[in-house]
Ligand binder design. Structure first.
Ligand code: ADP
Ligand code: TRP
Length: 334
């Protein structure tokens, strides 16, 4: 489905990813880039400042996310990789799009509504602490997407509505001028990607504080793995693998034969919780040790990463400026 398509994904720099982000979003996005006709991956740093304004935190998180994507296998020769704030054409595009965006779209947008709901629940005024950046978030996101004639935007479920807003804005512009000025993108949501449970059995999520972090020291990783909830059944008591949380997490990414081995060991009372936690820890380390080394290398040689991002911005600007020119010629007639 991706072959011959232009694919784009934006990532917000918001702290180191956890196992769920890594196997549920980062790896699949990088895989997709290998077969796309045009693959764009960017760091949505202007989106980030709506919520995070501390310079040191932003700086650290932008650097971390850049190194993580490169370590996880993003190929900067094939994929265009840049920082959103390095491509000013996107912001000119944003201004044109605002003129075609009904205000009602923003009132209904998921990110804004979630912030209002939180205020209401806390007994605060609806718009308390909400800035215009958050309110108009979907327009900037539409500009991110439409500037590159994107066909497909792979996103998590919560972002599908934002992609649909981008699609509707492009549709409104095309309808007004009676021609296909902008490409109408589609969200790609992969239902086959397993939701990885966290250490307490709920979906692994930063907001639940139940994550197994990636790209942290072995010690931190080990502590998280050993905090996964278990009951007090002794080793020799047969266990139903489907009721064992460690197994559920393992299943989401370990190879089939290893998963089978763990299931058998649990069923016939040969494996206890300590064993399987070590198996899980080993599997995570095996999958990620090399990547964590590359990550550390890049963090210590950020000038190399900066050069990649700079080159990505040059390539991105070349594409975005062509789209912008086409749109401006349509809007102003010359
Ligand atoms: P969090 O819930 O920790 O805040 P985000 O909402 O920022 O995570 O998710 C970023 C990406 O990672 C999304 O594409 C989402 O689908 C994916 N993701 C998050 N948690 C999981 C999980 N537990 N299992 C699989 N994918 C996940
Ligand atoms: N809003 C996305 C998120 O919170 C990040 C993002 C910004 C994005 N611009 C985008 C994703 C364009 C896809 C396409 O995860």
């Amino acid at each position: 489905m991706i072959e011959g398509k232009k694919v784009l994904t934006g990532v917000k720099p918001t702290g180191k990813p956890h196992l769920g982000n890594y196997f549920g979003a980062i790896k699949p996005a990088i895989e997709m880039g290998k077969t796309a006709k045009q693959h764009i991956m960017f760091i949505a740093d202007y989106h980030a400042i709506n919520a995070e304004k501390r310079v040191d935190v932003l700086n650290k998180e932008i650097k971390e996310i850049a190194c993580i994507y490169l370590a996880a296998g993003l190929d900067p020769k094939k994929s265009i990789f840049y920082r959103q704030s390095d491509v000013p054409e996107i912001f000119e595009m944003t201004t044109i799009l605002t003129a075609f965006t009904p205000k009602g779209f923003m009132n209904k947008a998921h990110a804004y509504k979630a912030a209002v709901d939180k205020n209401v629940a806390a007994g605060k005024p609806n718009d308390d602490g909400i800035n215009m950046g958050l309110y108009t978030y979907p327009i900037l996101m539409a500009a991110d997407i439409l500037s590159f004639d994107t066909d497909i935007v792979p996103v998590g479920k919560d972002q599908v509505q934002h992609v649909e807003i981008a699609r509707d804005i492009a549709g409104a512009i095309n309808a007004y001028y009676g021609k296909d000025v902008l490409v109408q993108p589609e969200a790609a949501f992969d239902d086959n990607i397993a939701v990885i449970p966290g250490t307490d059995g709920r979906k692994m999520s930063k907001s639940y504080g139940n994550v197994i972090p990636m790209f942290e020291d072995d010690k931190v990783l080990k502590k998280a793995v050993f905090s996964i909830k278990t009951d007090s059944k002794p080793v020799e008591e047969p266990k139903n693998p489907e009721e064992v949380l460690v197994y559920e997490i393992y299943k989401a990414f370990a190879p089939d034969d290893k998963v089978q081995e763990m299931a058998e060991g649990l069923k016939n009372g040969k494996l206890g919780y300590g064993h399987i936690k070590n198996m899980l820890l080993d599997a995570i380390l095996e999958k990620t040790t090399k990547e964590r080394e590359i990550y550390n290398y890049y963090m210590n040689h950020f000038d190399e990463v900066q050069a990649i991002l700079d080159e990505g911005a040059v390539r991105a600007r070349a594409i975005a400026s062509r789209t912008l020119k086409r749109l401006k010629e349509t809007v102003f007639g010359f």
